[in-house]
Design a protein around this ligand. Structure first.
Ligand code: PLP
Length: 397
């Protein structure tokens, strides 16, 4: 019996371990994994990029680098984020080992045990697991198809006994809900937070992966909203684009927040892999990213359409969902008496897996939803998997 610390008791970490096993189980049709499909990675372009590096750059790949990130990558990211309208001149980028590390650093920077964190419900389980690890108390606010419920957020804030340290949201192509906040909802959220001193963490892991150019035009990162007195920390990731194996993410924050975050990162891992930063920077600076993103957008749009059409064909009328405009997920609503954990057991017997609704509930309880990911599985399995899932649901009605 070891005297483990309190931070090992994270319910959501256990869920993630199970999820990772299920998403890679052989012989299963898996709607579980929220990762890109292996066949989409730019392996040949990366071969060319590495082979074309000078010997000096190759040597640098193997070396430690500055804690804040490889300077040419920071310069490329600055350009990229500036094009998205983000305030790069008044803020600073910290390159992180995946955006999970950014969320972890921010939590470490602001949260003491027992502090309050506001989250959406449902919420990305990786973030929940971090918040639990640091001993935060989570207070969740539901989202609907247009974003966080503003009236419930106001009520919640009015009733809290102390001020939450931050609100964590994924406003664009939400994991797991697949929704995107409308411009009105984004403005209303900024208005509610304005002047309260509650920081907003905007997780934009999927923002580049829209299905249709015209949908992207109306989406503006919340960090670029002006005229509100709200500190917004923006996080981004290469995981859903170049691949999670890169373990490459970043955060954009005010200089004061950046400085403390850099000290925390120094103690965590000194720096993010120079190897991956140099490869990613070459990919960006040689202009490969836009054509590659266009290829991914088409590919994921096609997968989403196959899943959407299969659901329309097979699901009973009692089941509902929103068709996403980007990202990796469709979030099914079951009749309220049905539990997705029960459906999961039956589906597993028939060789199909997904992620249960309660995994994304900060309180690990609400279970009348399930998450289907269309990003990772072979296209040919989507229809068959949907048919089996629909049969199990129909039998449980
Ligand atoms: C909303 C969201 N944020 C962050 C991440 C983690 O990304 P990274 O691999 O960059 O740590 C994920 C991965 O699933 C995610 O869905």
């Amino acid at each position: 019996m070891y005297a483990f610390s309190r931070s090992v008791n994270s319910m959501h970490s256990e869920d993630i371990k199970t999820l990772m096993k299920q998403s890679s189980g052989s012989g299963l049709i898996s709607f579980a994994g929220g990762m890109p499909n292996n066949d989409l990675f730019p392996i040949h372009q990366m071969d060319e990029i590495y082979n074309s590096l000078t010997d000096d750059l190759k040597k640098l790949c193997f070396q430690y680098g500055p804690t804040s990130g490889y300077p040419p990558l920071i310069a490329s990211l600055n350009k990229l984020l500036k094009r998205k309208g983000l305030p790069v001149s008044t803020n600073k980028i910290l390159v992180t080992t995946g955006s999970l590390q950014a969320i972890s650093i921010i939590t470490q920077e602001f949260v003491n045990e027992g502090d309050l964190i506001l989250t959406e419900n449902p919420c990305f389980v990786g973030a929940l697991s971090i918040f639990e690890t640091y001993g935060a108390k989570m207070v969740s606010v539901p989202i609907d198809k247009d974003g966080i419920d503003i009236e419930i957020l106001k009520d919640t804030l009015a009733k809290l006994e102390k001020k939450p340290k931050f609100l964590y949201v994924t406003p664009t192509f939400h994991n797991p809900a697949g929704i995107t906040y409308t411009d009105e909802r984004r403005s209303a959220l900024m208005q509610v937070l304005s002047g309260t001193g509650i920081i907003l963490i905007e997780d934009d892991a999927y923002g580049d992966l829209y299905f249709d150019e015209k949908d992207s035009a109306g989406i503006k990162a919340m960090k670029s909203y002006e005229n509100y007195d709200v500190e917004v920390i923006y996080t981004g990731s290469f995981s859903k684009i170049l691949g999670p194996g890169f373990r490459l993410g970043y955060m954009l924050a005010s200089p004061e927040i950046h400085e403390k975050a850099e000290s925390i990162k120094q103690a965590l891992d000194a720096c993010t892999s120079n190897f991956m930063q140099i490869l990613a920077n070459e990919f960006l600076s040689k202009g490969h990213i836009e054509p590659y993103l266009n290829f991914l957008r088409k590919e994921y749009a096609e997968r989403k359409t196959i899943l959407q059409d299969s659901l329309m064909r097979h699901m009973p009328d009692e089941i509902s969902w929103n068709e996403p405009k980007g990202g990796f997920y469709i979030w099914l609503k079951l009749p309220s008496e049905m539990r997705s954990s029960d459906i999961f057991k039956e589906c597993l017997n028939k060789g199909v897996v997904f992620v249960t609704g309660r995994t994304f509930d900060p309180h690990n309880a609400k279970d009348d939803r399930l998450r289907l990911s269309f990003s990772n599985m072979p296209k040919a399995d989507i229809e068959k998997g949907t048919r089996i899932l629909a049969e199990v649901i129909r039998e449980s009605l």
